[in-house]
Design a protein around this ligand. Sequence first.
Ligand code: C2E
Ligand code: MG
Ligand code: MG
Length: 707
Amino acid sequence: MENVLHDRDQPIVLVVDDDVTLRILVRESLEPSGFFVEEATDGAEAISLFRNLRPDIVLLDVMMPEMDGFTTCSELHKLRGDEQIPVVMMTSLDDTDSINRAYEVGATDFITKPINWAILPHRLRYILRASKAFNDLKRSEAKNQALLEAIPDMLFQIDRDGTLLEIKGARENRFTAIPNEFIGRKIGEVMPSEAAQAIMVHLEKAIVTREVQVFEYRDSIEGNTRFFEGRLVASGEEKVLAIIRDVTEHRLAEEQIFFLAYHDTLTHLPNRHLLKDRMRQALAYAQRHNLLVAILFLDLDNFKRINDTLGHNTGDLLLQGVGDRLVKCVRRSDTVARAGMERLEPTVARLGGDEFTVLLNGILSIQNAAKVAQRILDMLSQPFILGPHEVVITASIGITVFPIDSEDVETLLKNADTAMYQAKEQGKNNYQFYAESMNAVALERFTMENQLRKALKNQEFRLNYQPQMDLRTGKIVGVESVLRWVQPDRGSVQPEAFIPLAEDTGLILPIGEWVLQTACAETQGLRRNGFSSLSLTVNISSLQLRQKEFAQTVIQVVKASDMDPHHLELELTESIIMQNIEATVPKLQGLKDIGIQLSLDDFGTGYSSLSYLERIPLDTIKIDRSFINDIFRRPNCASIVKAIIAMAHSLNLKVVAEGVETEDQLAFLMENGCDQAQGYFISEPLPRDALIDLLDEWKSLDLKMFR
Ligand code: C2E
Ligand code: MG
Ligand code: MG
């Protein structure tokens, strides 16, 4: 009841003593100083009051009947729980035993009788203050501990050389938890190596700069990559506090968000955003490498009918199916550029509705685009099985080509769309180029490709031979075979018109083998019939050289023809060799080992980097005919030709000049020590019979000037 009078700010003192005088004196001493005093006459009363009153401090007499002060103190001690309510015991001055016992049973302090009444209030206030500070500290520590336990991060302290000093923090994340047994061990022994390395690097920085170091690392755990964020804070001269957080979920969520922003949710294909991004990259790359980029814009024919009759779910399934087929369809080698350029995967995107786009990167000809379009049409014409339904669908495709139609992403997309409408107008289920003229070109190439496929079987290929003259003796010492395609309705086609196509389609492989066989057989025939010193040069395509079994094939053909390998020379171009020098050199070495000669065609037109000349086991360099042509026309050409000859000789290489058309050019080459020459001045490439006539004629020529 006295509680009612109690002012909240007043400290409550419970004084426990059987001596009423003492209780009165305590009250009189303390009340004027602002204490609220409550009295208990024995231990039992003290305990009950303590429960109800929760006093701020207890003054307890040692000597009491029934329950003595010590027993009372230890009971109170049990009652006061976590909160430290100070208990001050009142003892006699010289009773050191009591003082010791008082501490043992949990007393906070003691005062000796007789009590100095003037000092008592001050003494109690001091004890209260100390106990409050103690309680505050305890509370704050408990709060910190709770905080540490609540955060999902792993915390530990390490010293400068990476020894674990203390481990705190959450244990429930098994990917970051470190057991206490590891205290005293080096971080490198107990953590994954990538984590330990990152920590050691940043630890030094944290100590030196005194700034928080934040870093990330990943770790492969049970076959999955997990991501972690580490923070290091210097926590002493030579100590660092490390906080490790598992950020895997966060990262995955981020990736998911990114994916959703750039992909179509139905088909998971790139959306318009990502397509434009990829287009910009593709255009930049194509510009740098002189390639084409084609954009195919595809719209399903009569898709609405399927949606209307079979329902939207079936429509969705169909769109997914189309997306899958498109991806499979373009994942082929059509877009692999030839001359040493890296592969660029095409992109299939869905722009919405039933519209899809295929971006073909880095293609060499519009024919590549036409072929992909045709393949898509063929592939879509296979029925789709959608649940209980079998659906047949066609599409119309518009094609636009960078940089021919436009150099700008938006315009290209618009062009492709326009071209797609042209395809619809043409009766659907077909493709159309944006530029009308390209449709004709594509058609022509298709026709040519079909004819080329049949040419070998129909025996439409011939070989012509161009004589090569030795510039010291004037004799014809060799011939270069050049391929001709004689079509029944078109006549002779020059190699430049069909070899790129033969390479694109892979047809160059059987054709090249036929060339080698035929050239070896025919030349060997000539060698047997009076021209025994004649050697043969054969042009080789890059695709042939890329074949694994190339050297084997050549060796077989040479053996079959009975030709001495020393009289066969293979002509390669710089781009062929540069493409994959590591894989090429051993193949060439294999050929050299059996005596076959190697020559470098069109020297001076390509990279002409001297560094690979010494890596390739070459015998001959052929100076490109553009230099010979310009010897007397361009000011520096003569010097260049002289320099090439000198350089080749210093590398022990033979030099052959190509495309010699005049007597002046021939004289210049002779004067400057060129070894051999070929060209119209000596002879055009000739069919075999005409070659025999020329060789016969040459034999009887008076070559006095050379002796
Ligand atoms: P190339 O190996 O540099 O062949 C020389 C080309 O120059 C031949 O053209 C030849 O007819 C021409 N030519 C020769 N002398 C002169 C001249 O004095 N003036 C001029 N203006 N031209 C001359 P062709 O036969 O049209 O061959 C062109 C290219 O086709 C060849 O260049 C070669 O790279 C390739 N080629 C020819 N036959 C084959 C073959 O069987 N296989 C492969 N893979 N490529 C071949
Ligand atoms: Mg050649
Ligand atoms: Mg050449």
